[in-house]
Design a protein around this ligand. Structure first.
Ligand code: FES
Length: 195
């Protein structure tokens, strides 16, 4: 069958229209993926920043005076309070943490973090039994902070301690987030002041 000239022309135009349509669709897909990718990257930047911040930000600590040496008796464990290392103006009571300071000799102190190493409840010092007790799930620590009963699997964490003249200073950490920025039990933590 013979195809007329007009029909040939019509088919050519249909073919061109089809190609233009395909190119337009391809362009739109690229635009969508490009915008989506940019949005994903933009949205991801804060998340990545938050995730990497602890690794990129140097650990912040600060020495805080908690009293005179003579305020503490050898063999006694006393609650002390001080401002966290990252305390800000107007932060109020949330910028203050408690800890248990024990004077073990004339020149040695150890300072235990208040938070249980199980799930972070504040532990209480019971002088009559010389034990730290956690009211939440019955965790028990001895006078050296060693976990001796209940769910805690590791000892109480410690703050480093130093003596500056006749002042006792403890090393404050940022607001404690159990498992994330606890100082852990390093060698210097365990030695305490005067060692
Ligand atoms: S939080 Fe202390 S025993 Fe669970």
């Amino acid at each position: 069958m013979k195809v007329s000239r007009e029909e040939k022309q019509l088919r050519r135009e249909q073919k061109r229209a089809l190609q233009r349509d395909r190119q337009e669709k391809r362009r739109q897909v690229l635009i969508i993926f490009g915008a989506g990718g940019a949005a994903a990257v933009a949205a991801g930047i804060p998340v990545v920043g938050v995730l990497l911040a602890p690794a990129l930000t140097p650990s912040q600590t600060a020495w805080r005076a908690v009293g005179k040496v003579s305020d503490f008796q050898v063999g006694q464990t006393t609650e002390v309070k001080f401002r966290v290392a990252d305390a800000r103006e107007g932060q109020g009571v949330s910028s203050t943490v408690g800890a248990w300071l024990r004077r073990t000799s004339e020149s040695r102190f150890v300072c235990f973090q208040m938070n249980c190493t199980h799930l972070g409840c504040p532990v209480h010092w019971v002088p009559s039994s010389e034990l730290f007790l956690c009211p939440c799930h019955g965790g028990v620590y001895d006078q050296t902070g060693r976990n001796v009963a209940g769910p805690p699997r590791i000892p109480l964490r410690r703050h480093a301690v130093r003596l500056v003249g006749d002042t006792v200073e403890v090393q404050a950490q940022p607001i404690p987030l159990p498992g994330l920025n606890g100082p852990g039990l390093t060698g210097s933590d365990q030695r305490g002041a005067g060692s």
